[in-house]
Design a protein around this ligand. Structure first.
Ligand code: SAH
Length: 189
């Protein structure tokens, strides 16, 4: 297959950007798949800060990291990504978001436009020049389309000399498939 699937493309972007020793953020830890992937990329001298507001997600992420022997490289934080500034003081090379609800949970806790946008703004200022933020946008659930639209509205007005904003999306698939927004920082904001 020539065209990378959405999740493959998200991982490709991270892999292409993150180097051993880097500091990175998983803004929505969920079941911890991306946290684990990032922990492998940063190596033993790097660090991952992973956020989730649900205890269930934090525990699931911690368990996965433990099984993989990667716990030491990761701080799993039970708090919203909108508070990332309070925990991360270093320059980061990448961040990832999976918007929506935690798969396998009640669909009550979902990411929300205001907090998502606040987190993107904070992460853009923590990001090094050449770093990227990847958002995997799931929008099939209630409230998902509002969040999608607000994120697109926000990122499409970022100054183009400072941030390159990309949308990667299959346009002939049914059932609201997720798509990617990727932001590459080109200059200090
Ligand atoms: N829809 C994706 C997974 C999304 S998981 C899929 O199907 O694979 C989204 C995670 O974000 C959930 O675990 C949820 O608890 C978490 N979340 C919601 N609001 C958050 C916030 N403000 N900060 C950090 N995590 C949040």
């Amino acid at each position: 297959m020539k065209l990378k699937r959405v999740l493959q493309y998200a991982q490709f972007l991270l892999q292409d950007t993150v180097e051993a020793g880097d500091i990175v953020v998983d803004a929505t830890a969920g079941n911890g798949y991306d946290t684990t992937f990032l922990a492998q990329l940063v190596g033993e001298n790097g660090h991952v800060f992973a956020f989730d507001v649900q205890k269930q997600a934090v525990e699931s992420t911690q368990n996965r990291l433990q099984v993989e022997g990667l716990s030491k490289r990761v701080s799993v934080i039970l708090d919203g990504h909108e508070n990332v500034d309070q925990y991360v003081k270093e320059t980061i090379s990448a961040a990832i978001f999976n918007l929506g609800y935690l798969p396998g949970s009640e669909h009550e806790v979902i990411t929300k436009p205001n907090t998502t946008l606040k987190a993107i703004e904070s992460l853009l200022s923590l990001l090094k020049v050449g770093g990227i933020i990847v958002l995997v946008i799931y929008y099939g659930h209630e409230g998902g389309k509002e969040e999608r639209d607000q994120v697109i509205e926000y990122v499409s007005h970022l100054p183009q000399k400072k941030v390159h904003a990309l949308r990667y999306e299959f346009i002939n698939q049914k059932n609201d498939p997720p798509f990617i927004i990727a932001l590459e920082k080109m200059k200090e904001l």
